[in-house]
Design a protein around this ligand. Sequence first.
Ligand code: SF4
Ligand code: SF4
Length: 273
Amino acid sequence: MKKIVITGGKGGVGKSTVAILFADKLVRENKKVILCDCDVECPNDYLLLGQKLAKPIEKVFAEFPKLIKKKCKKCGLCAKTCRSNAIFQAPGKYPVFIKDLCSACGACWIVCPYGAIGPQKEETGQIFTNRVKNNFWLVTGMAKPGLEETGPVVTEVKKFALKFAEKNKVNVTLFDTAPGIHCPVVSALLNCDLAYCVTEPTPMGAYDLNLILDLCQKLKVPAKVILNQADLGDKRKIEKIAKKFKTKVEKEIPYSRKLVEAYSKGKLLNFRL
Ligand code: SF4
Ligand code: SF4
């Protein structure tokens, strides 16, 4: 089973469109495909596919720190250890956990010499599944509104999709990531076979392509470039950046009014890549 990521540093370049059209192309080539929407803060593949999210099939949980005051000796070790700066401790006072910054890594309760921090399980997200058509499933991850660190949710959604893929003997699982190069994108990219980095021929597109190709290189995920709206700008800069990372523009997608209309009506499956 192949694990392919559809990513691209910049938002609005057509990642989801490419992911959906690519998934549909593979299905028409008689492959069994899962499209896993890893943009957990704002998943929209289901809308573009004209699907509804019914009841979640699974809930995602994470463990956050909770102070057991009577055991705490105010030694300060937990605050010194936290790399997310999610623990504030004024001199001589108890540590205070700042949930918005906490990545639920567990380091603080591991280092506390007095067992004064207990992990507390909390729901951080939900997973939904849709059968789009024969041999085409959509797995959608959705983080709880307001959750700052969504990387762990992506990790769980990815785990679920891979188990689902194994059970249904799927040939290809596509992971559609959030824009950017932050933690949720890293989580989606880890241990995948290939990344398609979608971009557009604009200065911002070129800048963000450089960042995402650099990230793929660091994570040792082979990457190729897909140039969307290829005829609407100067593509030389994109080609230059692809060359810098020893890859190439694998596919150019010209601007298409028909595609834009299909996108806005949630009828992308009427369009062929
Ligand atoms: S490491 Fe443990 S004992 Fe020390 S301040 Fe943190 S919670 Fe309290
Ligand atoms: S779980 Fe990790 S990120 Fe959260 S407060 Fe503890 S050390 Fe910091």
